[in-house]
Design a protein around this ligand. Structure first.
Ligand code: NAP
Length: 292
């Protein structure tokens, strides 16, 4: 009798808890030695409910880890020039160690110009062109948080990427493109798919490692997944639904991230880890690096 395979779940909640605990220990050590806790400035433009929730969640996690947060809530009418001025001010403020501009900022704002106003040494969300270039060249710098969290999860589950076929569905600047670059740096053979990709199902079916970053609920189905593949679902939609059809995907994949409890918690964990690293670099470079 043939048995249906059930993929092992990659527990992002547990890994994030351990990662945050290490960041909290380092934050406490920085505070003890310098008298100042690491500080993350969060900048929110407008009152999009999802963005408000994300920023609140990030601030709350920061506080629990001993990281101060400074919240700037700007009106939806904020112009590009005003936002750039705010971010430039935070970049110069020695009391702020990391800066997070919550995406999206609204269609009337030049988001790229705003991101580029963040000083690279405070770019703990990994959104500037310089951070992207450093990551792509394998040079020191901050990585985009969701891709960074995905790589930590793959490492936690000892996924050997060298020589593997990795397919990334999605090519956004904050997710699809950088995760592909990180997989390439680990010697995976990377294919990007996007809205103009033809015969997506056949490309997906070749993936040893599949990253779904499409932004469409239950978009990728189990029937197209290679048996035993490692499946990373970066998507998040109301009702705890990802970009993968989890019920059918679990019957084919070897390892899979759940939604929630997979990629999401790791994104915040990397943000905190990078904020602590930034604070250490700026205030106490002698303390051993946060290995989390
Ligand atoms: P995005 O900017 O909207 O990008 C979506 C990508 O999917 C684009 O590259 C688009 O192609 C591609 N795409 C759209 N329709 C497609 C189709 N029919 N076939 C193939 N590709 C298609 O989204 P994002 O910001 O990268 O986010 C993606 C998902 O990840 C969302 O569900 C979001 O909620 C989630 N997310 C989660 C976290 C987290 O912390 N867990 C963080 C960030 C994002 P084109 O480039 O051709 O338009």
């Amino acid at each position: 009798m043939s048995r249906t395979q059930t993929a092992r779940l990659m527990d992002g909640t547990a890994l994030a808890r351990r990662t945050v605990a290490r960041s909290a220990a380092t934050a406490a050590e920085i505070t003890r030695r310098t008298g100042t806790a690491p500080c993350l400035a969060t900048v929110l433009v407008g009152d999009d409910p999802a963005s408000v929730t994300y920023v609140r969640m990030k601030r709350s996690r920061c506080e629990k880890a001993g990281i101060r947060s400074r919240q700037l809530a700007l009106p939806a009418t904020t112009t590009t020039a005003e936002l750039v001025e705010t971010l430039t001010g935070l970049s110069r403020d020695p009391e702020v160690h990391g800066i997070l501009l919550q995406h999206p900022v609204g269609p009337h704002i030049d988001e790229r110009a705003a991101f580029e106003a963040i000083a690279p040494h405070k770019d703990v969300d990994g959104v500037t062109m310089r951070s992207f270039a450093a990551m792509s060249f394998g040079l020191p710098g901050f990585v985009s948080c969701t891709p960074g969290g995905i790589l930590r999860l793959l490492d936690e589950y000892d996924v050997d990427l060298a020589g593997k076929r990795a397919v990334v569905v999605g090519r956004s600047a904050i997710l699809g493109k950088p995760v592909g670059m990180l997989l390439l740096a680990r010697d995976a053979t990377v294919t990007y798919c996007h809205s103009r990709t033809t015969d997506l199902a056949s490309v997906v079916s070749e993936a040893d490692v599949l990253v779904a970053a499409v932004g469409r609920p239950r978009f990728l189905r189990g029937a197209d997944i290679k048996p035993g593949a490692v499946v990373i679902d970066a998507g998040y939609h109301p009702g705890n639904v990802g970009d993968i059809d989890v019920d059918t995907a679990r019957e084919r994949a070897g390892l899979i991230t759940p939604v929630p409890g997979g990629v999401g918690p790791m994104t915040i964990a990397v943000l905190l880890a990078q904020t602590v690293d930034a604070a250490m670099e700026q205030t106490a470079p002698g303390i051993a690096l946060d290995a989390g």
